[in-house]
Write a protein that binds this ligand. Structure first.
Ligand code: DX5
Ligand code: ZN
Length: 209
């Protein structure tokens, strides 16, 4: 299992410090939730925050773009320090072009799907991407409740893709329910609220245990 803490729930005043605490406790990836106020109702942060953090850690930067017209910004996120870039199937007008741009800019491509988007939306691209992100909440906010119905979709994706594709889950995951998406076939776990809650190192270790 790879743990990818989402900084959305972190204290941005001491962000680098909090990220390093998560890294020292065993988190290998860092999940960066970019929201534009259009694809999702909320606005978060973008390139300057990613570029600043890049100086403080060598963690894999897992950039989750919840934005319209993602193709316009892929290069800028790659230059800011992204290692992996995830675009939403619901937002990308030309998915093959997005995948091509992500690779051309030296990053690892992934596709995200909302809880109500069927696995069919990603099936044509399973050989072209390294990861599928199955949202376990509707994107836009941290701290929402885990939607267990998504587990069925995770299982069918795992069956279709075999062992090599990363399947990431994002939203409402804590130490007490992390076994559910893992049992369904996910191998990359995003957690925000569960980690940046006061005891970062302890929370990382409890999820990874
Ligand atoms: C939701 C984001 C998530 C979110 C997860 O739009 O994509 O990454 O921050 O937050 P928690 O773990 O608090 O549900
Ligand atoms: Zn996310």
């Amino acid at each position: 299992m790879i743990l990818s803490p989402s900084i959305l729930a972190a204290d941005f005043g001491i962000l680098a410090e909090q990220v390093r605490e998560a890294e020292s406790a065993g988190a290998e990836w860092l999940h960066l939730d970019v929201m534009d106020g259009h694809f999702v109702p909320n606005i978060s942060f973008a390139m300057p925050v990613i570029k600043s953090l890049r100086k403080y850690t060598k963690m894999f930067f897992d950039v989750h773009l919840m934005i319209e017209n993602p193709e316009k910004y892929i290069k800028a996120f790659a230059e800011a320090g992204a290692d992996g870039i995830t675009v939403h199937a619901e937002a990308a007008k030309d998915m093959p072009e997005c995948i091509r741009l992500i690779r051309e800019n030296g990053c690892i491509p992934a596709i995200a799907i909302n809880p109500d988007t069927p696995a069919d939306a990603v099936m044509p691209y399973l050989n072209d991407v390294e990861m599928v992100l199955c949202m376990t909440v509707f994107p836009g906010y941290g701290g929402q409740e885990y939607i267990s119905d998504v587990e069925e979709k995770i299982s069918s994706l795992r069956a279709a893709a075999g062992p090599d594709l990363h399947i990431e889950v994002d939203g409402g995951i804590y130490d007490y329910n992390v076994d559910r998406p893992l049992a369904a076939g996910a191998d990359v776990i995003v957690a925000g609220t569960a980690i940046f809650n006061g005891d970062i190192a302890g929370s990382v270790k409890r999820i990874l245990r």
